[in-house]
Ligand binder design. Sequence first.
Ligand SMILES: Nc1ncnc2c1ncn2[C@@H]1O[C@H](COP(=O)(O)OP(=O)(O)O)[C@@H](O)[C@H]1O
Ligand SMILES: CC(C)(COP(=O)(O)O)[C@@H](O)C(=O)NCCC(=O)O
Ligand SMILES: [Mn+2]
Length: 911
Amino acid sequence: MASPGKNLHPELCGLKGSNQEPDDKNQLVDKEAGLSGGERDMAPVTGNSIHRSGSRPQLDLSKAEIQGNFEERDPTILLPNQSDDISHLALDIGGSLIKLVYFSRHEDQSVDDKRKRSIKQRLGLSNGNRRSYPVLGGRLHFVKFETSKINECLDFIHSKQLHRGACNDLPHWHSDDPANENAIIKATGGGAYKFADLFKERLGVSIEKEDEMDCLVAGANFLLKAIRHEAFTHMEGKKEFVQLDHNELFPYLLVNIGSGVSMIKVDGDGKFQRVSGTNVGGGTYWGLGRLLTKCNSFDELLELSQKGDNSTIDMLVGDIYGGMDYSKIGLSASTIASSFGKTISVNKELEDYRPEDISLSLLRMISYNIGQISYLNALRFGLKRIFFGGFFIRGHAYTMDTISFAVHFWSKGEAQAMFLRHEGFLGALGAFMSYEKHGLDDLLAHQLVERFPMGAPYTGGKVHGPPLGDLNEKISWMEKFLQKRTEITAPVPTAPPGTTGLGGFEVPLSKGETLRSDASALNVGVLHLVPTLEVFPLLADPKTYEPNTIDLSDHSELEYWFTVLSEHVPDLVDKAVASEGGTDDAKRRGDAFARAFSAHLRRLMEEPTAYGKLGLANLLELREECLREFQFFDAYRSIKQRENEASLAVLPDLLLELDSMNEEARLLTLIEGVLAANIFDWGSRACVDLYHKGTIIEIYRMSRNKMQRPWRVDDFDAFRERMLGSGDERPLPHKRALLFVDNSGADVVLGMLPLARELLRRGTEVVLVANSLPALNDVTAMELPDIVAEAAKHCDILRRAAEAGGLIVDAMIDSADGSKEGSSFVPLMVVENGCGSPCIDLRQVSSELAAAAKDADLVILEGMGRALHTNFNAQFKCDALKLAMVKNQRLAEKLIKGNIYDCVCRYEPSH
Ligand SMILES: Nc1ncnc2c1ncn2[C@@H]1O[C@H](COP(=O)(O)OP(=O)(O)O)[C@@H](O)[C@H]1O
Ligand SMILES: CC(C)(COP(=O)(O)O)[C@@H](O)C(=O)NCCC(=O)O
Ligand SMILES: [Mn+2]
């Protein structure tokens, strides 16, 4: 066995401070667990694994409980006989495209275990939720088809059986009704009339028609209120999300550019007036464009425009004024005086013009015209904000720039053009919302989690929208493209910088890239509805809270993290495959995961704002979600187990050692212990390299020995004063502390648990807050009770507190019959945080955690993901301690002007 520090990473060994190893620290760990940190355990592991859906857990929506609870206000709608996914479907069948919004609810697989039941009881959460929800948890998907190919759409609905859950009277839906006789699908758009018979004939369902304008407005209002990064401006190639104040949303002008154009003045929910429209719209561009260029698809036409020069087609001011500006009225020589004005030339025929130039002229003609009419209508009613929707826009940078330019130009900057990410789905969403009782419109932003569409990425417009049916479908899709050696590229609506209409009149620069088809299908993610999520009540100001510390809109930053994540993939796949027993099936899934995740990363590199504002937390979560999508539910399972065992073996000695210290020395040793043990992070490249050079215990010991203060961020003195006071003054202990724990093994066992024990000893209630789903080697709420129970075998404080908190099994049985009620010991509890990522967005936490937070006056965030990548700058209503070891050189330089393995102990008292 190597001696401490001997074989370790040179950077770590070269940590600042003395290389001498003080004796007292060596004594902390004197048992060798005999396990190599780099060993890989291929054996399948049973135990604390939770079977999950690929999404955030739908917390506590267990059907039996909710079903029986009719007395509650707003009872949850739960479908009887539910076993499979249940879907709702709504359509907007337009002149050009059919838009489909469907809802899928995966069966709630979260386990209502003893921990949960006990915590519910303790925190007064009735029935798993403090209120019941009128809406089910699930996912909203967005898909589109060309109206001329309605049969494809019908096949899609049929293959996914989307019409089977589409019953008007939800509670009486029967999954075994073969005729599906009472089924009704909500639909809007002209096709709801035109194709009603076809739907009846092919699918046996009736179409219930919803008014198109009602639906557009309902869809737009929902998106603007409920989706955080829905609206954005687009000027000079630059996309910027706008934060809308819900109280100041109305009035606005909604311009929907479909085949034709509708302009609607919106004054409130359901309060609107269609004030204008124009027949020169998306249909005009596509129709005329097709005739004039012989293009076969809308995307081809749009792509052509990117290589065009409209000055060969359009008559410019300069053409009329001999190359001069008409400066007296502010028109530059390059201003379009007359769209298509040059084609009056008698010497030229259609063939003499380049299709690229024609497409661009046409696109500009139509976009300017719509922009101008919109502005005039905004002026008519004194509206400052104009939201543009409809699939004509198609996320296309140049189109948006041109419209924005027109609005800006004519309004002299007074009015603002904004675009919506779900541009073409407003009507379909509105139709979806018209189903009674589902309560979608009651949902708030924090209950909607937008996720990357997790099906296979798209190419060639052949795959119709996310997600592909089942896992096998997904994998074969990936394999098919692998065999064909087709590059799998997630499509991007190009946004080349400088392709602006600014000045009105520049020729767009071509990036020389193709505009990949069906891009908009990937422009919106899948919306996960998680009605149990809440805003963390201790955030000082939820409105200004931004979880991410690192801004990925800085391209070099994005590139760096892209590389870090890409390089991690092979090792991750190894771990994931091993966690599933290394079978052929697991290998196949691992391969598919690697490809899907890499394609998503590439897609985001090209257009980072594709799914709203992108932060590092989203990338790290994407990785976990993608693993789950390919049914890897806990890739680090065996590593976690091994490290837990090794750490629990040395815990008794550590506790003995701690108990021999005075209070002050102990507090410092405890904080040092947390920082040192945070080194066990399987998400950090540097750390993983390190684990190959020593055992867990060796690394832990070495890490502890390098813990000399001052740390790079060191507020320990202030924290100590709050805890122990100064002089004779003895401060009141905190009432309740929330400890956001991070990694399994030493991190939680030798770091956070001893700290929890100290707080308990001082009379502070402790709530350990852990992940709901696995992420890297993070400990989960499901795993913690067993770890605590094991630790409690060696420690009375932990045992009594765990019993009082209902964590120890025997005690829970006792508490069920009331015999432990009224126990006077301060409790130790475990709650889940509602997420499955190494980071945490405190706007969206579990109801358990929100309830536990109510009485808390101390928050301790631990680890790089939760305390640095996210929440480093978060302000709390109560005292907050952020503890982490920085295990990445670049982050250390950027965030704390330090080096890898430096530590952060940031204490921020409530103010
Ligand atoms: N793949 C596509 N096929 C046809 N038109 C498309 C496509 N993508 C974008 N468009 C544009 O979107 C317009 C239709 O927009 P949409 O909002 O769906 O309106 P509608 O409800 O009238 O079909 C078309 O006229 C065309 O300009
Ligand atoms: C994913 C993590 C945030 C987890 O860190 P933790 O919260 O466990 O301290 C971290 O491992 C990380 O940022 N890794 C990527 C950087 C790297 O490999 O250096
Ligand atoms: Mn972690």
